[in-house]
Ligand binder design. Sequence first.
Ligand code: FES
Length: 256
Amino acid sequence: MNKRILDLVVKHREELNANYVLLKATQNDKLPEMLPGQFAQLRVDDEPAVMLRRPISINYVDYDKNEVWFLIQIAGKGTAKLAETKVGETLNAILPLGSTFTLPEDTTQSLLLVGGGVGVAPLLFLGGELKKRGFNPIFLLGARTHKDLLQLSDFERFGQVLTTTEDGSHGEKGFVTAHSVLQEASFDMIYTCGPRPMMKAVAALAKQKGIECEVSLENMMACGIGACLCCVEETTRGNVCTCTEGPVFNTKELLW
Ligand code: FES
């Protein structure tokens, strides 16, 4: 899948809460094919303190509307500037980058998608693709409070949505890893993305139950092209750059 440098135009901007902004962007030409798990490097314009692009997951691709969605977590100057992009303004993106989640063929397989924080972003695209292919995925989404649960109505279009919140304001109280579905149900595959301790706990649970598990790592990235080595992850095949070899890995490959 060849990466492109595109000048996208923002069609829709929505503040989901104080920390997250959803941007939907398009271009006149048909968008290139993208797959769940991949990401874009977005250029930060008009912010002299920010030299490097920011890696942002592909949140969803609506091919009917020729739109790609980015869920921006405001975590610093770069992402704050990106989140300010207004409708009609340009978003310069290099995409699609990185590895993809495995899309199984046997539609009888039961699939669980576990997300926390901004880690829910790639799971919406994954859920949409799985639904299109005849699966009925279950989403397990965790957040601190109900205000931090993002895009629930979008997730509900693609499967059953279960939630946990740390304060009990939505779904079961506690962390996603303590949700009853993980104790009671069996799955053929678990996909997860979110804070590293959460992904490690999900991976450990999957290993204990003999379930295949894929994670999308959110290692710090700078260059995004395998040059700076700031995103290295230790794997069974040695140290690899998350930006070029990941972000998606089967947990069997990771030294967790
Ligand atoms: Fe520079 Fe991966 S971000 S090597």
